[in-house]
Design a binder for this molecule. Structure first.
Ligand SMILES: *Cc1c(COP(=O)(O)O)cnc(C)c1O
Length: 229
């Protein structure tokens, strides 16, 4: 079941790449496994997936202990500073950095552990009040400040687009994140090489790829609906 759905998603990623003249190698599929059991993750692993996304530190840690070491774990959810210490050294990429205070804590803990940590800056492009993320206008300042911190590396930007019925409605949002990423890259800030654009979820990853996404975070499309009860 997981494998079939995964192949379907992979096929759609390839088609979106073809439509937009992109190389599918440029797009990483992060399978969002939050709330889903280890057995389902293992099935996706056996079908070839190595990148998994979780939004809670404790859940990620519990799953990590039961699964192969070569999995690249992505923290995609809002991160509290007091949880950072558990994550450092165990996470491939933190997608959800939206304040200098959080970036500082990640830097401090990385120094303490003597490891490097890759991060993305989460931008709230649509300016939705209910969402985490820094505004587009503040993103450059945050990148400049965070770039000075030791042992963290900003690899790009991330957005959680609004929930919409028609994915076309999010095209502008994706385009704006891409433009922001290009603008920031042009500033040639020391230490900063922006190449990751984490955008697109089950409902809109094809449009996101057409607009330049290099990382899509797909949960429901692979593992089915989540049950939070
Ligand atoms: C849950 C989640 C996803 C995956 O959502 P689906 O619609 O199930 O694909 C992607 N990104 C973030 C930040 C999430 O929290």
């Amino acid at each position: 079941m997981v494998t079939e759905k995964l192949r379907e998603v992979e096929g759609k990623i390839r088609e979106a790449c073809e439509r937009s003249g992109r190389d599918p190698e440029e797009v990483t599929l992060v399978a969002v496994s939050k709330t889903k059991p280890v057995e389902m993750i293992r099935e996706a692993y056996e079908a070839g997936v190595r990148d998994f996304g979780e939004n809670k530190v404790q859940e990620m840690m519990e799953k990590q202990g039961q699964l192969p070491d070569d999995i690249r774990w992505h923290m995609i959810g809002h991160l509290q500073r007091n949880k950072v210490k558990y994550l450092i050294g165990k996470v491939h990429l933190i997608h959800s950095v939206d304040s200098l205070r959080l970036a500082r804590e990640i830097s401090d803990q990385s120094v303490k552990r003597d490891v490097d940590t890759d991060i993305l800056i989460e931008v709230n492009i649509a300016g939705e009040e209910s969402k985490f993320g820094i505004s587009g206008g503040e993103a450059l300042t945050l990148v400049e400040e965070a770039a000075k911190l030791p042992r963290i590396h900003i690899r790009g930007l991330m957005v959680v687009a609004p929930f919409v019925e028609d994915p076309e409605e999010n095209r502008t949002c994706f385009r704006e994140l891409k433009e922001l990423s290009v603008d920031i890259s042009r500033k040639k800030i020391d230490n900063i090489y922006m190449y990751v654009l984490s955008m697109g979820m089950t409902g809109d990853y094809e449009v996101a790829i057409e607009e330049g996404s290099t990382m899509v975070r797909v949960g429901t499309g692979i593992f089915g609906e989540r049950n939070y009860s």
